[in-house]
Design a protein around this ligand. Structure first.
Ligand code: ZN
Length: 184
């Protein structure tokens, strides 16, 4: 990877041998390993290891999970917040694991729509939940820095499975809850 970055620097018209850039290939290589570490992690196993018996069947919502991902079309970051809810069947999962599942899928090359669906399906299948809802709000640097330069636009994607898809009341409750902020 370091060779590639060295060559990339030349291709954009830089001098990879100048002092400020000498260690850049090494640094970029480490940064890329970090932001793509999700390829070496198994989100299914992660959830399976943290399952507990459910005691109720009320909605469990984890709001405002920060995430950072890389768009597969431009290799530029997109980042924002994930809102994830589920209605348990027989199992629940440790709350922190939901955020970890978001992180694993974020740390792969992504398009926002697929990432949303992957998070929802992973939880639905491993929890055997009655329903899962995922909404992602994100800003894409590939839109903000280049091309159409839509500086402040957010892309919003959602995936509704099970009762969130079939029951409009459950879906409406989720959509209301994710707009409520604890400090309001
Ligand atoms: Zn892009």
């Amino acid at each position: 990877m370091e060779k590639l970055i060295h060559s990339l620097l030349e291709h954009i018209g830089e001098d990879p041998e100048r002092e400020g850039l000498l260690k850049t290939p090494e640094r970029v290589s480490r940064a890329w390993q970090d932001v793509t570490k999700g390829y070496h992690e198994d989100p299914n196993a992660m959830v399976q290891k943290a399952l507990f018996e459910a005691e109720g069947h009320e909605m469990i919502l984890i709001n405002d999970i920060d995430f950072y991902s890389m768009c597969e079309h431009h290799l530029l970051p997109f980042f924002g917040k994930a809102h994830v809810a589920y209605i348990p069947g027989k199992k629940i999962v440790g709350l922190s694991k939901v955020a970890r599942v978001v992180e694993v899928f974020a740390c792969r090359l992504q398009v926002q729509e697929r990432m949303t669906a992957q998070i929802a399906r992973c939880l639905m299948e491993n929890l055997d939940a009655q329903g899962v809802a995922v909404v992602l709000h994100a800003q894409h640097l590939c839109m903000m820095m280049r091309g159409i330069k839509k500086q402040n636009s957010f892309a919003v994607t959602s995936e509704m499975l099970g009762v969130f898809k079939d029951d409009s009341k459950t879906r409406a409750e989720f959509l209301t809850l994710i707009q409520e902020k604890p400090w309001n």
